[in-house]
Design a protein around this ligand. Structure first.
Ligand SMILES: CC(C)(COP(=O)(O)OP(=O)(O)OC[C@H]1O[C@@H](n2cnc3c(N)ncnc32)[C@H](O)[C@@H]1OP(=O)(O)O)[C@@H](O)C(=O)NCCC(=O)NCCS
Length: 148
């Protein structure tokens, strides 16, 4: 049950896999903060790029890329509790960067939870500016050039 058996792929908005990512995002990102899932996000995400990590039929990780001009914002990065620290998150980010480059984007940006900063630093991201609060917890903006 290692990271090698994980399949990273693009997910079609509103597909079965996409619905599974909504459940994962609630469990990993919202429920621990006492937040509900907001159904209105569903429609707003139609134009985003969705990525999942699957073990057999199960979605164990996901992230979203939201394009903005030549940059792309990576958000909603989540790995299920049982699968954390097994390389799944890193594999998804590497996949997302390649996808972004293929689509002509030159920079990846994000609002990282402070608890996840070591993860992004390990993948070559840098902190950009002062910290701030989002969803009630501390964050920092982070970024990485996708092209030299
Ligand atoms: C943050 C998260 C996406 C990382 O995914 P992951 O699959 O657990 O991370 P990986 O196993 O790919 O970690 C890759 C490297 O990042 C670093 N890293 C990851 N989590 C870390 C942590 N909590 N503390 C320190 N370093 C960490 C390590 O260098 C790690 O390599 P190593 O395990 O060989 O030491 C995942 O843990 C998660 O979903 N956390 C809860 C939700 C969250 O915080 N999402 C991000 C919001 S911005």
């Amino acid at each position: 049950m290692g990271e090698g058996s994980i399949l990273i792929q693009e997910v079609v908005w509103s597909s079965q896999d996409y619905i599974q990512t909504l459940g994962l995002r609630y469990e990993v990102l919202r429920r621990p903060l006492g937040l509900m899932f907001e159904p209105k996000v569903f429609d707003l995400e139609q134009t985003d790029i969705h990525v999942s990590a699957k073990f057999a039929d199960w979605v164990v990780g996901c992230l979203i890329l939201t394009p903005h001009e030549k940059s792309v914002k990576m958000r909603q990065v989540a790995v299920s509790n049982d699968w954390q620290r097994k390389g799944v998150g890193a594999k998804m980010v590497v996949f997302a960067e390649a996808l972004a480059i293929k689509n002509g984007f030159v920079e990846m940006v994000m609002h990282a939870r402070d608890s996840a900063i070591p993860f992004y630093l390990s993948l070559g991201y840098e902190i950009n500016g002062q910290g701030f609060d989002e969803v009630g917890i501390p964050h920092h903006a982070m970024r990485k050039n996708l092209v030299d």
